[in-house]
Design a protein around this ligand. Structure first.
Ligand code: BES
Ligand code: ZN
Length: 518
């Protein structure tokens, strides 16, 4: 019997992922990987599979000729007979242990960083991140204290990897969708690097307080981004995050019990089933609110560094975090900032709904305003083509286009014919290879019933299996017409075997197919 999951036997956990050659980028050799978070590693090795317990580990992995094994470990060594020996010398929770065996090779991209990928992707992987990783690490260390994990390597996973990134210590796993060719999706890397302090050093003691991992990490990510790319760009990225929170709360209703920072997870409930944008973006708002209470960025940065130092290698609850905050700023404690009406810490944690405080994103206006105006032009009943043609989107950053598309999606369905014209006018968008653009374009196609481009939805879902891309598209197809429902069924039956079992089950639920009891 497996701890914490009543009724499930070892053999019933299909959570170590075995891929056939066709499911890899190179299509030559099989591949295996593990994804521990949240509670999947109990089917990989016997453990206390809770983030409240930390331990060091070592592992000896023997693989067939022509394969390489890598793990989330501080040191590793290849011995004779294709045997790899790994050691993680810092205590970590079970969910951060990860293993990959495949036909993978590596290339250096910095003094303590290399990229790993299948041979056919390694050039692109190196090109994407050569020389940029170290700067993020250095800024992270300046802000949050020493990077304790030795190396920071990045492993590009097969297309079916269900996440954008997974912060396995020493070796972040990422989706190959990040290979956009222009570094435009590097925020995911900054995010995973930020977990080196928030999540991997200071860890949520229970999955009900996941916002301690993800909310603080979003804040840290945007601090690093601000230092490297400036405030306007970072505010633009944060605005796209806020749009995701808006979409999520609109879809579930603000009062949904999962729209609290502190979530009650009953025994037997899989924490992955509680996954949503709230811990990320509402968590970000709460940390921003704490910074706002302090009123001085460098003082708050110093607090974050002291917080990491105080709780490193421990697992904590929000009470520990907020208690330390008030202890660190006694003048705020005296003022009673934890009980300002409407902004009580207790309300932040335990009341569902839209964040009572939103950080000011107006420094991003110079980038957001043109996108908002253009979206308005496209939503008009009779299109003002002169005004539209006067806007040159060729020089826009990817996140400006993303922001524009989110606005268009929000206003959709647009008046008859507009989306078709938009598609023709901007092949940079409608024929984009960038996954974040493809997701939004597919959402717009579905919401506007643009049948001529349904094949793009299908192609996108065939090309990758990231959960945050896959589920919104199936939800949109299922909530659409007879034709989009048929498209959903057809696409799912063709792609199901490639999807991670969790993602498979979530899609089954959306499509009303009985989800396997797992
Ligand atoms: N730790 C998460 C991924 C995760 C969460 C895996 C819960 C399993 C259960 C990771 O750090 C993450 O948040 N990834 C995001 C990146 C984004 C917020 C920049 C993703 O995959 O989209
Ligand atoms: Zn994260």
């Amino acid at each position: 019997m497996v701890q914490g999951t009543p009724g499930l036997e070892w053999a019933e956990h299909p959570w170590v992922c075995w891929l056939s050659p066709e499911q890899t980028a190179g299509k030559q050799k099989p591949y295996m990987y593990t994804q521990g978070q949240a509670v999947l590693n109990r089917s990989f090795f016997p453990c206390f599979d809770t983030p409240s317990v930390k331990f060091t580990y070592s592992a000896t992995v023997k693989v067939p000729e022509g394969f390489t094994a890598v793990m989330s470990a501080t040191s590793w060594e290849k011995q004779k007979d294709n045997t790899f020996v790994f050691k993680m010398s810092q205590p970590i929770p079970s969910y951060l242990i990860a293993l990959v065996v495949g036909d993978i090779v590596s290339a250096d991209v910095g003094p303590r960083s290399r990229v790993w990928a299948e041979p056919c992707l390694i050039e692109a992987a190196k090109k994407e991140y050569d020389g940029v990783i170290e700067e993020f690490l250095v800024v992270g260390e300046k802000l949050f204290g020493p990077y304790v994990w030795g190396r920071y390597d990045i492993l590009f996973m097969p297309p079916s990897f269900p996440f954008g990134g997974m912060e396995n210590p020493c070796l972040t796993f990422v989706t190959p969708c990040l290979l956009a060719g222009d570094r435009s999706l590097v925020d995911v890397i900054i995010h995973e690097i930020s977990h080196s302090w928030f999540g991997n050093l200071v860890t949520n003691a229970t999955w009900g307080e996941f916002w301690l991992n993800e909310g603080f990490t979003m804040y840290a990510q945007r601090r690093i981004s601000t230092e490297v790319y400036g405030l306007p760009y970072t505010c633009l990225e944060a605005a796209t995050g806020r749009a995701l929170l808006r979409q999520h709360m609109d879809a579930t209703g603000e009062d949904h019990p999962l729209n609290k920072l502190r979530v009650v997870i009953e025994p037997g409930v899989n924490p992955d089933d509680t996954y949503n944008e709230t811990p990320y973006e509402k968590g970000y708002c709460f940390v921003s609110y704490l910074a706002h209470l302090v009123g001085n960025q460098s003082k708050f940065d110093a607090f974050l560094q002291a917080y990491v130092n105080r709780f490193k290698f421990q697992s904590i609850t929000a009470d520990d975090t907020l208690g330390f905050f008030l202890e660190y700023f006694p003048e705020l404690k005296e003022k009673g900032v934890d009980s300002i009406p409407g902004f009580e810490f207790d309300r932040w944690l335990n009341t569902p709904g839209w964040p009572p405080y939103l950080p000011d994103l107006s420094p991003g206006q110079q980038l957001m305003r043109p996108a908002e105006e253009l979206a308005e032009l496209w939503a008009a009943h009779s299109l003002n083509m002169e005004a539209i043609e006067a806007v040159d989107i060729m020089g826009w950053r990817t996140y400006q286009l993303v922001y524009f598309l989110d606005q268009v999606l929000q206003k959709s369905p647009l008046p008859e014919g507009n989306v078709k014209r938009l598609s023709k006018m901007y092949p940079k968008i409608s024929k984009a290879q960038n996954a974040e653009l493809r997701l939004r374009w597919c959402q717009i196609v579905l919401k506007n019933n643009l049948e001529a481009e349904y094949s793009k939805v299908k192609d996108f879902l065939h090309s990758q299996g990231k959960q945050k891309y896959t589920l919104p598209l199936y939800r949109a197809m299922w909530g659409g017409s007879e034709a989009t429902r048929a498209l959903a069924m057809e696409t799912f039956s063709a792609t199901a075997p490639q999807l991670h079992v969790n993602v498979q089950n979530y899609v089954k639920k959306i499509l009303g197919l009985a989800a396997a009891e797992a």
